[in-house]
Design a protein around this ligand. Sequence first.
Ligand code: HEM
Length: 295
Amino acid sequence: MRDEDINWDTSAQKRLSYNSYLKVPELLNLQQFETESEAHDELLFIIIHQAYELWFKLILFELEAAAARLDMDDVYEATRLLERVNKIERLLVEQIHILETMTPRDFLSFRSALNPASGFQSIQFRELEFLSGIRRGAVLKGIELTDDQRETLERRLSEPSLRTKFYEFLQRRGFDVDIPPDDVELDGEAGERTYNELRRLYENPEKYYHIYSCAEAMVEHDQNILQWRFHHVRVVERLIGTKMGTGGSPGVKYLQRTITKRAFPMLWAVRGMLNDEAFFETERGITQTLDGDDA
Ligand code: HEM
């Protein structure tokens, strides 16, 4: 069929169009230069940050939905949504490297105009941390917040995190675990009991396949954020070296310290506690069954 033979339904176009539905004109009007000279790389700088904020919005939406699914014991759907989050986050890790096409000199041509704005003030990034279970209220102290922003972050801090919801879900599934408070690994009797139960989960992935897959999706979410932090700090180092951040922190030195933050430290630690014997028992079991089948 040739283009001119296509019978376009113009009434449908009038009702809704790609541009009106997606608000493309409005979207393309949101990139406002801060430098009078309109420094060449400032457009990249604005768009990359805006793109991150859009993806953060979707990640928050999906993490909330995944948490709600866990509350309903719908582990399949929770895991499916977490896997979507993980794919988006992998894209976000890749995306930071676009900034390496900017030279330190080009960045300096507009950096001072950005002062004191900084990614440190990203409300959605903090929401993402708080919702996941990385919660250090102190982070709020360093940020100037509007009343609405403060309310949003305080609400996130007052609501149970994804990590809490996951441990509650484990309890409902018969795992005798305690719920680790935010930013804390359990110790003492509660820690030992919880680790024993997590070992049961990790030593029997095929038995608890859905719960195990969900736990691993959480770990991957943690890993993606850690990787983003690592790649972000390297890009920052390439661009500003040891200079202070526009947000007022010591820059790379500060960011380097954040690379240890995890929402699910016990899910990471448990793999160092797995029982080798249990593994060999299973291996032997499988070998014997196969031998038996052969006979
Ligand atoms: C030229 C590129 C960039 C530079 C030089 C840079 C630099 C910095 C520095 C120095 C900090 C520490 C806080 C401060 O004192 O300002 C910081 C924090 C941060 N930046 Fe960037 N950044 C860049 C790009 C990005 C991008 C594209 C994002 C995407 C959203 C981003 C998000 C963040 C976040 C969320 C923090 C807070 C991290 C935390 O406190 O854990 N940055 N950045």
